[in-house]
Design a protein around this ligand. Structure first.
Ligand SMILES: C[S@@+](CC[C@H](N)C(=O)[O-])C[C@H]1O[C@@H](n2cnc3c(N)ncnc32)[C@H](O)[C@@H]1O
Length: 256
């Protein structure tokens, strides 16, 4: 199977490490639902900057981290250097290159929307052990909080029709449509992250959904965001966000 990334993360790799972590309770709840225990080997797909790989390792799991983009893989390898139990591989959600019937859990941290989802679900089913679990998650900024709403207004002034696409969509229909998984459990947790104003402005440079849709207006949007943040005259921004995770169990083999 020939697979290419629909979108190249290389230009965003350097800034990706400063993206927010996932809410840790959402990850521990996911591991409890999936019934994985320290020492188990899981596969983290689209592992990139290792924002999901690292908490999986910190929970005592061993992780095969699969990532198609060399620049992102280098960020992840750098951030997990010296951590026990991790191995990095080149591969795609649709074609991981990992052996079949291997993992009790396959995870996608902000990467499932970057795949051909039906193909990625088929590949996940292939590499999962019988009764294993698929999980995908994203961090969603609370766009209704007043300051974040102003940022959204600014973005939409520059990019009419700006759309977060499938990354903010309910993943349940796509998971159920595959016929491969049971109805997912949805787990979410809220957090407010206090971020230095400079770091937060810099982090927008790695916002691939925005960069992709802004095209040549990207620098103007980034400058506009800097302007709004600067006008607040605060050294930090309180960023409210929710980590949302879909966790679905593989159906019995005879249901495929
Ligand atoms: C938003 S980043 C997420 C990185 C990391 N997992 C995290 O949680 O922050 C999305 C990642 O998906 C990767 N990606 C793009 N296309 C992919 C595909 N077809 N299969 C798997 N990963 C893909 C990108 O290279 C990038 O590293």
């Amino acid at each position: 199977m020939t697979v290419t990334t629909q979108f190249d993360y290389t230009p965003y790799a350097a800034d990706y490490a400063s993206r927010p972590d996932y809410v840790s309770e959402v990850i521990t709840a996911t591991l409890a639902v999936a019934g994985v225990a320290p020492g188990d080997l899981v596969c983290d797909v689209g592992a990139g900057s290792a924002h999901l790989t690292i908490p999986l390792l910190e929970n005592g799991l061993r992780v095969d981290a699969v990532e198609p983009t060399q620049a992102m893989r280098e960020v992840g390898e750098g951030r997990t250097q010296g951590m026990a139990g991790v191995q990095w591989f080149e591969g795609f959600g649709e074609a991981t290159g990992r052996p079949g019937d291997t993992y009790p859990l396959v995870t996608f941290g902000s990467s499932f929307d970057r795949t051909d989802r039906p193909a990625a679900l088929r590949e996940t089913a292939r590499i999962l052990k019988p009764g294993g679990w698929f999980a995908c998650c994203w961090n969603h900024r609370d766009l209704e909080e007043p300051f974040q709403a102003r940022i959204e207004d600014l973005i939409k002034q520059h990019i009419p029709g700006y759309d977060y696409g499938t990354r903010r969509a309910d993943q349940t229909p796509a998971i159920e449509a595959s016929g491969l998984f049971e109805t997912p459990v949805v787990i979410s947790g809220r957090m407010t992250r206090q971020v230095s104003s400079d770091v937060w402005c810099d982090a927008w440079s790695s916002h691939s959904t925005l960069g992709q849709q802004a095209g040549e207006k990207f620098d103007d949007v980034l400058a506009g965001i800097r302007g709004l943040v600067g006008a607040e005259r605060r050294d930090h921004v309180d960023v409210p966000y929710v980590t949302k995770m879909w966790v679905a169990r593989l159906r019995g083999r005879n249901a495929r």
